[in-house]
Ligand binder design. Structure first.
Ligand code: FPP
Length: 247
């Protein structure tokens, strides 16, 4: 393996839209499911690299609410892959002190997949070196609506005042409560879309889009994305001069 690259500044939280498994497979005359299978190997390599480099939070868009509408065989294959991934990675997550969390509407998941998710979440919940958030059955608008509803209920029940709702309490009502917003959002396969992913949380994230299809997105491509991030300047709406003064 290459020596550990030094990336400065390192993003604390990287979120990834893993796209292009289907196209990767079609280009090779393989089935879409074969593409997802190779995509799973990319997931493994990116998680290992993130852990090695010192990324604290990694959020992966594994399955969107819209993905439920794909052909049944493909949905079933994705669920099987997810279950197999969780089974095979638990030991490694313990060894590398990785905590796994699932975000999304998990109610539609097949019971055996949900059981496996809960088992890995429970087993890894005290791990502190890195947190991997798997977005499964996830849709950001749905997440925002749920947050609004839960805050509305609290106001109705007199537990909080409407004036107390602010950005911080709103963030705390999302699936990602307690997790810092992503510094970097990566999307593979060249599409310039955010596809209902972390809409609230990416307000200030740097965005990196690469033409590489997800099954080809491995250690080298991930490091390239991080180096690209490190070269950018984040201004949060301020001028470069103001930031230089604050430094
Ligand atoms: C997009 O490819 C990818 C997905 C729908 C889900 C991502 C799934 C994996 C990486 C496989 C397993 C995941 C885990 C966590 C083990 P696409 O089918 O939309 O590609 P296309 O746009 O080229 O058709």
């Amino acid at each position: 393996m290459d020596p550990r690259p030094s990336i400065d500044p390192l993003p604390r939280h990287v979120a990834i839209i893993m796209d292009g498994n289907g196209r990767w497979a079609t280009q090779r005359g393989l089935s879409r499911v074969q593409g997802h299978r190779h995509g799973k190997d990319s997931v493994r390599e990116v998680v290992e690299t993130a852990r090695e480099i010192g990324i604290e939070y990694l959020t992966l868009y594994a399955f969107s609410t819209e993905n439920w509408g794909r052909p049944r065989r493909e949905v079933e294959a994705l669920m099987r892959l997810l279950k197999r991934y969780l089974r095979s990675e638990l030991r490694k997550m313990m060894r590398y002190e990785i905590r796994l969390r699932a975000i999304g509407n998990l109610r539609k998941l097949p019971p055996d997949v949900l059981d496996e998710l809960r088992r890995v979440e429970a087993g890894t919940r005290h791990n502190r070196r890195m947190t991997v958030q798997l977005a499964v059955g996830y849709g950001s608008r749905e997440e925002i609506v749920r947050a609004a509803r839960s805050l509305a209920r609290k106001v109705r029940d007199g537990r909080i005042k409407a004036e107390q709702i602010d950005e911080s309490s709103f963030s705390d009502a999302l699936f990602t409560a307690g997790i810092p917003d992503p510094d970097l959002l990566i999307r593979s396969s060249g599409e310039w879309r955010v596809s209902n992913f972390l809409l609230w949380q990416i307000a200030y994230s740097e965005i990196y889009v690469t033409d590489t299809l997800w099954p080809d997105f491995r250690r080298e491509q991930f490091i390239e994305a991080l180096q690209h991030y490190a070269r950018r300047e984040r201004r949060y709406g301020k001028t470069a001069e103001q930031l230089a003064e604050e430094a």
